[in-house]
Design a protein around this ligand. Structure first.
Ligand SMILES: [Zn+2]
Length: 251
């Protein structure tokens, strides 16, 4: 999970969402849950609102439509951070909408919700807070662990199934590949081969789990290197600190 910036929507889309919320607010409370499901399936909503909102969410993520929870690519659903079954009035509320893959949205998270004791969710919202304040990605194993004492980190890992199935293994494999691409970039630089340098950066940014290289850059900055990179070769660590490479990766 990585930090994502949420822009404002075009005003006509913002207005369309507000109108839908108004319609829902005018519906008697006992009927809201059923009505919101009907509204969500409405053909005009799918065409005029759902599709452009999804496109706006896709534009916010690095790589190809990264799931805002697990970081895998080709996410294709809009998820509600606070589920519509829990708070129908947040169904059409832009800050409550995130791009998610089907496993995160349906298989793991579904309608599960834990409040944070205020009006928010215990689930980390990557568009409002830095996930690395709550989550640590152990690169060699690909396993997410909560930052010590973070109940948000603990809940997020559990509710999104971040370590379920093959997810950790795929992240660990991605990290091995990234190490190879970092070295390839360094070789190309010493040969002044700009084409191969660009290709190495492309390969890193193109791999399915964008959160892996973001986590690597973050943990180096945060001084976590001793633990997180215990099995990582020092040359790879040095490259993660290389200003020229970082600039290319984060461009
Ligand atoms: Zn996901």
């Amino acid at each position: 999970m990585i930090r994502i910036t949420r822009p404002r929507l075009p005003s006509e889309l913002e207005t369309a969402l507000l109108k839908l919320t108004d319609e829902l607010a005018g519906t008697p409370v006992p009927e809201r849950r059923k009505h919101v499901n009907r509204m969500w399936k409405r053909e005009t909503f799918r065409r005029d609102v759902y599709t452009p909102v999804r496109e706006a969410l896709e534009g916010m993520t690095p790589g190809y439509d990264c799931c805002m929870y697990c970081g895998d690519h080709l996410a294709d659903t809009i998820d509600h951070l606070v589920p519509k079954a829990v708070c129908a009035l947040r169904t059409f509320y832009w800050p409550n909408l995130l791009l998610a893959c089907s496993p995160c949205n349906s298989r793991y998270k579904g309608d599960q919700h834990e409040g944070d004791g205020l009006l928010g969710s215990l689930l980390v919202d990557p568009t409002r807070e830095n996930p690395f304040d709550h989550l640590t990605l152990w690169l060699d194993s690909g396993v997410y662990r909560p930052v010590e004492g973070s109940s948000k980190g603990e809940w997020t890992i559990k509710v999104c199934g971040l370590n379920e199935g093959k997810r950790s293994r795929v992240r660990a494999a991605a990290w091995v590949k990234i190490g190879g691409h970092l070295r390839a970039w360094d070789r190309a630089r010493s040969e002044r081969n700009e084409k191969d340098m660009r290709f190495a950066v492309y390969c890193i940014r193109d791999q399915p789990f964008a959160d892996v290289y973001y986590a690597a850059l973050h943990h180096v900055d945060a001084g976590d290197a001793q633990n997180i990179f215990a099995e990582t070769n020092p040359d790879v660590l040095a490259l993660l600190r290389d200003d020229q490479l970082r600039e290319a990766l984060l461009a």
